[in-house]
Design a protein around this ligand. Structure first.
Ligand SMILES: [Zn+2]
Length: 182
């Protein structure tokens, strides 16, 4: 990162951004299997995740609720939706290092070790979206603008608002727009 850029989402916050976005998009697939969720969790540093089919169903419901925040049309609407999720899912924030096995990070789920996976996901992602809204005063994400793509993204870009879920979708739309002009 260039030192002149304002630093907004770094370190632990960026790690939760990446994990949340990857989980949301993995859970968007209709037949996502527990091992696929475990693979995403492992890729983001969780040790020995054990996701059950029941967890997947609950995680998919949680993902739908989080998508509604990312699909909000205005900052006020996004803030209201985040507040509704926080009031339902978040417990008093606390720092945990899991008995010294991780670096210190925030938990807002009911138990550092034993909270159900979907509760952990929904509570931590809601807290993340609250941090992003308060820090940036802009929508925390969006739905991909590419035709036929309904994936969501979390926006931590500098400058203009991000529009696509991935570089692949951005490129595809640019090529399509270019062809349409010829
Ligand atoms: Zn896309």
């Amino acid at each position: 990162m260039k030192p002149t850029e304002p630093v907004i989402a770094v370190g632990a916050v960026q790690a939760v951004v990446d994990r949340t976005a990857d989980l949301l998009n993995a859970l968007a697939a209709p037949n996502v299997a527990p091992d696929e969720v475990d693979a995403v969790l492992r890729a983001h540093g969780e040790v020995d995740p054990v996701t059950t089919a029941e967890d997947v169903a609950e995680l998919r419901a949680a993902a739908d609720e989080l998508r509604s925040v990312l699909a909000a049309d205005s900052l006020d609407q996004a803030a209201e939706r985040v507040n509704a999720l926080l009031s339902r899912t978040a417990h008093p924030p606390r720092l945990s290092n899991h008995g010294g096995t991780f670096s210190w990070h925030l938990h807002v789920d009911s138990d550092d070790e034993e909270a159900p996976l979907a509760e952990w996901f929904l509570a931590s992602a809601s807290m993340l979206l609250a941090l992003l809204v308060s820090d940036r005063q802009r929508l925390p994400g969006g739905v991909c603008a590419a035709r036929g793509c309904e994936l969501v993204f979390i926006d931590t870009a500098h400058g203009s608002r991000r529009r696509y879920c991935s570089r692949r979708c951005a490129t595809r739309e640019r090529v399509a727009a270019h062809r349409a002009r010829r």
